[in-house]
Ligand binder design. Structure first.
Ligand SMILES: C[S@@+](CC[C@H](N)C(=O)[O-])C[C@H]1O[C@@H](n2cnc3c(N)ncnc32)[C@H](O)[C@@H]1O
Length: 320
């Protein structure tokens, strides 16, 4: 059995979080980084979202991955180091590691400590021959990955959940370029893409009837109050998620329900009634938009699989 590795801890400090929050709230229009949704409660609520009847993304991706894994395994070959960005609960990872041949090491890069610790403990027990190299970090910043003890033949980057869609076009190209640099000439990136579809279906997915997504969005403010000492009134803001068809994306915001002032660090931010803080985008894709995005990062589509309803796709990207 591979001996246990300590977790590499590069978690953002409260000072860093405060600086990013002040920067976002000072901007017009105001925004907050979506990566800060994921404290322990945020990760728990995200898992609950994936089980809501309206949110089919996770179930569809899991079924698709299971169906096409033999094709992916033969395309990427044996003896890989798997690097996963934003691994969350690691449910999809378990499927992937079981379907690939002789995985050498698994390096998840995840910002949520609770999600990372729980998923690695479970995967370590399930895959004792795979060296676990967890990194607690913000993957949008340069992160040095630990090297596996047994050299891997190649790298497979795994980026499921359409998490790439939480980034603007320029940021997504930047992230794909970081991944490309990890791949070397022969590696691959397996990326999940939520495809564009009926706006009513999309809006329902981000406005579930049980209110779990709304609780997830508002939890961002609770987390900030606890960790950076802000005084957001959780009853003073409401979740809003609308489909912006011209940009092919869901735009999620927290809307101020009245005129109010919020203290953050030494700063005071005045909100008008109805004023929004942009907190997340969820870009939707077509095969053409993915191919274009990949090309801008020096990658090409080496494989493309969708579910029968063309709601979700797995793209296998390789260096151009
Ligand atoms: C949309 S969830 C997807 C989770 C999982 N990959 C899935 O497919 O169900 C995004 C995940 O990425 C993590 N995450 C978001 N932004 C991150 C960042 N900048 N750095 C590291 N992890 C991040 C979150 O904590 C969360 O676990």
């Amino acid at each position: 059995m591979a001996p246990e590795h300590a977790l590499v801890d590069l978690q953002p400090t409260p000072e860093r979080i405060l600086a990013e929050v002040v920067e976002g709230l000072s901007h017009s229009p105001r925004w907050l980084p979506s990566k800060y949704f994921y404290d322990a409660e945020g990760s728990r609520l995200f898992e609950a979202i994936t089980r809501q009847p309206e949110y089919t993304l996770t179930r569809t991706e899991l079924t698709l991955l299971e169906a096409v894994l033999p094709q992916i395994a033969s395309a990427v070959g044996p003896g890989l180091q798997v690097v996963e960005y934003g691994s969350g609960s690691g449910r999809k990872t378990g499927l992937l590691l079981a379907g690939l041949d002789d995985v050498v090491a698994y390096a998840p890069v995840e910002i949520s400590r609770s999600a990372l610790e729980a998923s690695v403990a479970r995967l370590r027990a399930q895959f004792p021959a795979v060296e676990m190299l967890p990194v607690l970090a913000d993957f949008t910043r340069a992160v040095e990955l630990p090297a596996p003890r047994r050299p891997a033949r190649d790298v497979l980057v795994f980026f499921p959940g359409s998490t790439l869609g939480n980034f603007t076009h320029a940021q997504a190209v930047g992230l794909l370029a970081i991944m490309r640099a990890l791949l070397g000439p022969q590696g691959h990136a397996l990326v999940g893409f939520d495809l564009d579809k009926d706006p009513r279906v999309l809006e329902a997915a981000y406005n579930d009837a049980a209110g779990v997504t709304a609780a997830f969005t508002l939890n961002l403010l609770r987390r900030l109050n606890r960790e950076i000492g802000s005084d957001f009134d959780l009853d003073g803001f409401a979740h809003r998620a609308v489909y912006a068809g011209e940009r092919m994306r869901i735009e999620t915001s927290l809307v101020s329900l009245r005129a109010q002032t919020v203290r953050v660090g030494g700063h005071r931010f005045a909100f008008a009634a109805g004023e929004a803080i942009a907190v997340e985008i969820s870009q939707k894709y077509t095969r053409g938009s993915v191919a274009g995005l990949a090309a801008e990062a020096g990658l090409r589509l080496a494989g493309w699989w969708t579910d029968a309803d063309h709601g979700f796709a797995l793209g296998l990207l390789a260096p151009d």
